[in-house]
Structures are given as C-alpha cells and as structure tokens.
Design a protein around this ligand. Structure first.
Ligand SMILES: Nc1nc2c(ncn2[C@@H]2O[C@H](COP(=O)(O)OP(=O)(O)OP(=O)(O)O)[C@@H](O)[C@H]2O)c(=O)[nH]1
Length: 570
C-alpha cells in the first residue's frame, strides 16, 4: 500500500479545495481588481474636482485681497494726489501681501491718468521684493487689464487670460505663465482713479494647490479654449504664444466630450506619450470660474500612474495567492489527518480479518463506535461468530463421517476398512521386526435362529454383547473388528502371537458361553474361529483374511463351536 486511501483522499480533497479556492480567488481578484481600478479612477476624479474648486476659491481669495487694496484710503489718496511717502507705505503693504501669498509675482497700483502710469509697483525677485523706483515705472494704459478694468463698476474684478508674461522688467514673473487680476479704484463719487493689479504666478498657484497630492501625480491645465497651459512636457504648453496651438482635445482624444460641453468630467487610461513616461489614468474636469474673466472656465486634469492604481490590486492578488496556497496546504494537512483518523479503525478491522484468517485471536475491534465503522466492526464480529459456529458443526460432521467410515454403527467396533488398515500396519511391522501377526476370523453359530426366534432386536443385542465380550477378552493393543452380519475378526499383534493365537481363540469361545440376558430371557450364542498367521498362511491382508475365513468354515463343517488353523500354503 504505497499510496493508501488516506493519501489519495487527502490529495483529491486538497486538489478540489485548491481548485475551488483558486477559482474563487481568481474570480474575486478579477472583480476586486476592476472595483479597485474603478474606485481609484473615481478617487482621481474627486481629487481633480477638489483641485478645480480650489482654483476657483483661490481666485476668489485674490479678488478679496484686491477689494482690500482698492478700498484702502491711502490708495485713493495717493491716486488723487501722488505722495512719495504714501507710495512707500503702500509698497510696504503690497510687499506684506506678497509675503503672505507666494503665488503673487507682482502688485501694482496704476493711475487712470498719465496713460496708465504705474504709481506703486512691487516685484518679486527670488526670495526678495523690489519696490520699483519711480524712474522705472511704466505706462500701462494700453493693456486691457488697465483699460477694461477702469470701465468696471466698483468692486468688480477683471481677470485676464493666462499667458506668458512678456512685459518689460526684470523680476521672477518675467516670461512665466501668469495672469492679471485687477480691480478699479473709484472715488466716492464713482470716478475711476486707477486700478490695483495682482500678477499671479499660475504655475506657483497650482503647485501650492497640489502640494498635498502624491508625488507621482501629474497636473494638467487648459484654458477655456482648450489651449494646454500646464503639462509635464513644457513644449506642449502655451503653444499659442509660439504661434502653434496645442489643444487638450487633440492631445487627449477622450477630453473632446469635455471641451464640447457634453460632459463635465472624463476619466480614461492613457498609454505612454510625450511627457508621460508610463501609462496613466487621467481625470479632467471642467471648472467654471465664478469671477468674470476672459477664460470663463478652465480644464483641470490629474494623471496618476496606472501602476500605482494597480498596486492595490497587485497587493490583493498576492494576498489571495498566499491565502489560496496557505488554505490549500492547511486543507491538505487537515484532510490527511482526518483520513488517517478515519482509516485507523479500518486498519484495525483489516488486521483483525487477517488474524481471524490465520485462526488467531483477533484482538481489539472498534465495537463501541456509533458510526458506520462501528457497524462494520459489529457485523464483522457477528460474521466471525457465525463462521466459528459453522466451522464447529463442520468439524463435528467431519468427525461423524470419519467415525461412520471407520467404525461399525451397531457395535462401535472398527469396521472392515479400518481392520484392513490395521492389518496392513501389523504386516508391515512384522516384516520390519521379523515378528508375526494372527487373524482370528469369528462367525457366530446359528445366529439366524436368534433373529428368527427372538426377533431382529434380540440379534442386535447379541451382536453388541458379543462385541463387548470380545473387546474385553483381548489386550488394548489388539484389534477387534466387525466385518458385517455375525462375522468378527480379532487381530493379534506381537512377538508371541503364534503361540498365543490358540490360547486366545479358546478364551474367546469361552467368553461367549455365558447367556446374554434379553427381555427377561437368556440368549445363548457360540462361535466358530478360523486362525491364520503371518507369514505362514499369507503375506497380505486379503490372503490372511481368506485363509482365516476358510479355516473358520472348516471348523463349521466339523461341527461348530471351536477353532482351527488355516492350512499352510505350499
Ligand atoms: N439382528 C441382526 N441380524 C443380522 C445382522 N446382520 C446379519 N444378520 C443376520 O445374521 C444371520 C447370519 O446368518 P449366517 O451366518 O448366514 O448363518 P448362521 O445362522 O449363523 O449359521 P452358520 O453361520 O452356518 O452357523 C442372517 O440371518 C442375517 O440376516 C445384524 O446386524 N443384526
């Protein structure tokens, strides 16, 4: 039993278990993976929406700052009557505001007079600020952020398009993506005195807004017409500034529905392209701007590497694989243990059956168990009992058959067949030791008369009594047999047989002479005996029997009731 049932059962169950859990694992992995990717995509959309709203909120905050400045009494006063001291104080105020708002490139106070001459201007230059000297101040009346803002009602914000700042001046904002937010400064009677302008660092503002996003996220921004303004590949930004527009809807076909207004958000997977070194999931939202602006709306986008989206799914897959293998192994060990547990009593039964087959004590059987194994053990015990009983009766029958084959049923003396065997044995022994054997052939005289006169039962009683008397008259080592009817044979075996034969024949005749009591009466019986001796009268059993038989007939012929020896062979 190289691979027993336990191993086979364990392997089968473990294989079934592993297949089932692998299929379940694969299915749940597939479903969970889709759900995880879907959930990541939804999270990306939500993050993009939050970012878009933050842009709008930031612009509103800038508008509130503009309001503070436009309504500042010193601003009005210096626009009405320029005062270098007041200008210096305002410059300090502008600087403080720029310190608090890192995305402000520049704050200016521009007069409505003198062709829009800058009154106060503070520029950011790296970590420091420059209060531009009066001599370097410029006329800005021809810029729309001045001319158009002067037309606006008090408290209204002008917001320019986002462009590359080509205005003259050496400061951090030069040649960088920027936008101008301006507000008119009006006198109490509503007369426009000038404008306050904040030049905003667009990249800086978005970098600030996106600070809490994961490092591998990439930011995208397009203006209301779809011109890409922020892209990891800078060659794709502000294409219109170089005379070749690069549009969001051309770059990412999936955003067309967004640009045409069919949807307010899109999420899609993008294979590797310029500026995106690996496949990403991208989400874009259309962000309407609350402030009146030339853009009207912006398109804000975020890209997340597909690998990080799938990271969770990969982790899940690994967990599922470990679980499947772990549970498979546990299942295998558990099944092996269970199978051994179940098979132990079966092995006991096998051992018991083997012992029973060899006729040995069968030992312990799990008879107390209430399950199928207990039932099997009880059936086995029952079968063992029945087989034992049947074997017993078979042995008894065999013994009976043996008795019947070798003994006479009436007298219980050895029959002709057994006599034959004993005679053969005696001849062989005599031959080997140079001894002899004697056959005394006994036939009752006129036995027929007893039958006829007293009935067959009387004859039987006589035969039984004769057998008993003959038996008691010889040694235990001698054989007294009944050949049939009223014929008996006594076989004498020993060194002095020849001399004793006549003696014993006389003794036998004498033992029969007492009457045999039967039903209140007495039956009389006598016998004639013929004697043959080995080797004188024959050297085989038939020869000896025949010689003795003939001798017995000679006795009968000579008047019965005596014995005589066989005639010597020539
Ligand atoms: N009761 C009884 N009678 C038997 C049995 N076997 C044989 N006999 C009878 O025994 C008798 C034998 O008779 P025989 O030996 O031929 O003759 P016999 O009357 O003995 O006369 P002799 O032998 O010449 O002296 C027959 O009548 C048989 O029927 C038996 O088992 N029981």
């Amino acid at each position: 039993m190289k691979y027993g049932i336990a191993v086979k059962l364990a392997l089968l169950l473990a294989a079934v278990g592993i297949c089932a859990s692998a299929l379940t694992g694969a299915y749940s992995y597939g479903v969970s993976r889709s759900l995880l990717v879907e959930s990541s995509q939804q999270s990306l959309v939500a993050a993009t929406q939050v970012l878009g709203r933050r842009v709008d909120t930031s612009l509103e905050e800038i508008a509130r700052n503009l309001q503070v400045l436009a309504n500042h009494p010193s601003v009005r006063r210096t626009l009405k009557q320029p005062d270098p001291q007041m200008n210096a104080q305002l410059a300090e105020l502008f600087e403080l505001m720029m310190q608090a708002n890192p995305a402000y490139f520049q704050i200016r106070l521009i007069s409505a007079d003198n062709f829009g001459l800058e009154q106060v201007r503070v520029d950011r230059l790296g970590p420091s600020f420059i209060n531009v000297p009066e001599a370097d101040l410029q006329e800005k009346g021809h810029f729309s952020y001045v001319s158009e803002t002067l037309q606006l009602p008090s408290g209204t914000v002008y917001m320019s398009r986002i462009t590359i700042n080509h205005e003259r001046g050496v400061y951090t904002g030069a040649e960088r993506p920027s936008m101008q937010l301006a507000m008119p400064v009006r006198d109490t009677d509503g007369k426009a005195l000038g404008v306050v302008v904040i030049n905003l660092d667009v990249d800086g503002m978005f970098a600030l807004l996106a600070t809490d996003l994961p490092l591998d996220f990439r930011l995208f921004l397009a203006n209301g017409q779809g011109d890409i303004l922020i892209h990891p590949d800078h060659s794709k930004t502000f294409g219109f500034d170089r005379g070749r527009r690069v549009l969001l809807q051309d770059e990412f076909a999936a955003t067309r529905s967004l640009v045409t207004g069919a949807t307010s958000q899109v999420v899609f997977q993008q294979p590797t392209t310029d500026g995106l070194l690996q496949p990403v999931v991208m989400a874009f939202v259309r962000q309407p701007l609350k402030l009146r602006s030339e853009e009207g709306q912006l398109y804000v986008g975020l890209a997340q590497p597909l690998s990080s989206v799938r990271e969770g799914a990969r982790h899940l897959g690994l967990l599922i694989m470990i679980s499947v293998l772990g549970f498979g192994l546990l299942g295998l060990l558990g099944t092996l243990f269970l199978a051994r547990l179940v098979l132990r009593p079966l092995r006991q039964l096998i051992a018991a059956a083997n012992l029973f087959g060899r006729g040995q004590e069968i030992g312990y059987l799990p008879l107390d168990r209430q399950d199928e194994i207990g039932e099997l053990a009880r059936s086995f015990q029952q079968m063992q009992r029945q087989i034992g009983e049947q074997l017993g009766s078979l042995h008894a029958s065999q013994e009976q058959l043996k008795q019947m084959a070798q003994y006479d049923a009436l007298t219980e003396l050895p029959n002709r067949r057994m006599l034959q065997d004993r005679l053969d044995l005696a001849i062989a022994r005599a031959r080997r030791h140079g001894g002899c054997a004697a056959v005394l052939f006994i036939d009752l005289d006129n036995f027929k008369d007893i039958n006829d006169g007293w009935g067959h039962d009387a004859g039987d009683a006589v035969l039984v009594a004769v057998a008993q008397r003959l038996r008691l008259s010889v040694r235990d080592t001698d054989t007294v047999a009944r050949l049939g009817g009223d014929e008996f044979v006594v076989l004498l075996d020993g060194p002095d047989t020849e001399r004793d034969a006549a003696l014993i024949a006389g003794k036998l005749i004498d033992c029969l002479s007492p009457g045999i009591p039967f039903q209140g009466g007495t039956l009389r019986v006598a016998a004639s005996i013929g004697i043959s001796i080995f080797p004188q009268h024959g050297i085989t059993a038939p020869q000896l029997l025949m010689a003795a038989d003939r001798a017995m007939y000679s006795v009968k012929a000579n008047g019965r009731g005596g014995f005589g020896f066989a005639v010597l062979q020539d």
